[in-house]
Design a protein around this ligand. Structure first.
Ligand SMILES: *Cc1c(COP(=O)(O)O)cnc(C)c1O
Length: 421
């Protein structure tokens, strides 16, 4: 076998793309890809477990997991083999037809979320699409007068127009107004503000049990319970966006589990397909499930055999490999280790969704320092770091990051000070 053939075996698309250095790829990226993401940090070519490699051969410990998506890390053997064999058998059928994996996944999701009788599932391809479906569900909870939809300050629900209307950040919203109307944003975590906002004109309340993009900010169980009470009393829907927090991210199937409430709907995406694109809206109980009727919503790709097989394989591996317990123990270990580091002001989150507040605005510089040192992390704010690693992260891998953390902070502090001069 020649060297070229060996590379073909590793990454089949090499035959089409050819090889370049990271710098060359990024120059080509900038002249051919739309600028909405800025220049990417690296060009990644390969992954295995919690590790990825860039086009120049450098290795990274992936502590972001494709933003809480790669639940089982990269190239998980079981998920990979199920996806490959499903694709080699039946890849797409449209929603004029169904397939065993679609039905089995819907049943499985209703089982792991303890959904009451009459609950149903709609499959989409992403988080924002799951929330679009939920937005339409909310609109259907209308006897004409129910026009108000409540979301929280700091909320992130996606980038398409309906989900964007629910998203709070002004910079994301302003360029695209007018957005679908009726959405109001109320202060985060303020039970009194919630109680006075929810009234007979309210169609739905959208909540993330832990706000991810806002820097990992958890709502208390009391808040979720108060939201359930207020919405039930007013006839409004309680819709939980567990796109980031669901599917084991917090060491439970759902982050909202411990609050002991039954919402009217939840949305899922990110970790659900183990890296393969899929989203879902779950409606709880037959009344809510009947709000969207035949012809009122749809998607061409949603719920296709490959995506639903990927999700089934992911859920099966999480269950059979003790992954939820791993999330709990490694998450606790990592958070305790981070808390002990000087210059860390606060550590938030649950399981392997971790927010770290630093004592100065050095988070963007820390992302750069971490990349140079071989770690992928994320800064959702100027002094906040987010970690959302694969749920299979080991204690040894957590230790590697903990050992490096003080020097990453020191480097980031130095470069930030230098840049300010
Ligand atoms: C990421 C995210 C979304 C949007 O998901 P996409 O797949 O990027 O469309 C929605 N809600 C929450 C809570 C998220 O974290």
């Amino acid at each position: 076998m020649t060297a070229n053939e060996a590379e073909l075996v590793e990454t089949p698309a090499d035959a089409i793309t050819g090889h370049s250095s990271g710098a060359d790829w990024l120059a080509r990226y900038n002249s051919s890809l739309m600028g909405v993401f800025g220049t990417p940090q690296r060009v990644l070519v390969r992954g295995a477990g919690c590790l990825v490699w860039d086009a120049d051969g450098k290795e990274y410990l992936d502590l972001l997991g494709g933003i809480a998506v790669n639940a089982l890390g990269h190239a998980h053997p079981f998920v990979t083999s199920v996806i490959s064999s499903q694709l080699a058998t039946l890849g797409h059928v449209s929603n004029f037809f169904t397939s065993p994996t679609q039905i089995a996944l819907a049943e499985k999701l209703l089982a792991i979320t303890n959904a009451p009788a009459g609950s149903k599932v709609f499959f989409a391809n992403s988080g924002t699409e799951a929330n679009e479906a939920a937005f339409k569900l909310a609109r259907r909870n209308s006897d004409a007068k129910r026009t108000k939809i409540i979301a929280l300050e700091g909320a992130f629900h996606g980038r398409t127009m309906g989900a964007l209307a629910l998203t709070a950040k002004e910079a994301y919203r302003a360029p695209f107004e007018p957005l679908p109307g009726g959405v109001v944003h109320i202060p985060f975590g303020d039970i009194e503000a919630l109680r006075s906002a929810v009234d007979e004109s309210t169609a739905a309340v959208f909540l993330e049990p832990i706000q991810g993009e806002a820097g990992v900010r958890p709502l208390s169980a009391e808040y979720l319970q108060a939201a359930r009470e207020a919405t039930t009393a007013a006839g409004a829907l309680l819709i939980l966006d567990e796109v980031q927090t669901g599917i084991g991210r917090t060491g439970k199937w759902l982050a909202s589990e411990d609050a002991g409430i039954v919402p009217d709907a939840i949305t899922l995406a990110k970790g659900l397909g183990g890296g393969f694109p899929i989203g879902a809206l779950l409606t709880f109980g037959s009344t809510t499930s009947a709000l969207l009727t035949a012809g009122q919503h749809g998607t061409t790709f949603g719920g296709n055999p490959v995506a639903t097989a990927a999700a089934l394989a992911t859920l099966h591996a999480i269950e059979s490999q003790g992954v939820l317990q791993n999330v709990q123990s490694v998450g606790e270990y990592l958070r305790a280790g981070i808390s002990a580091v000087e210059a860390v002001a606060e550590v938030r989150g649950e399981g392997l969704l971790i927010g770290i507040d630093l004592t100065a605005d050095i988070a963007p510089a820390m992302v750069t320092a971490a990349l140079d040192a071989g770690f992928i992390i994320n800064s959702p704010g100027p002094r906040t770091i987010r970690l959302a690693p694969p749920l299979i992260l080991t204690t040894e891998q957590a230790d590697r990051f903990l050992a490096a953390l003080p020097s990453l902070i020191a480097t980031a502090t130095a470069t930030t000070a230098k840049d300010a001069q």
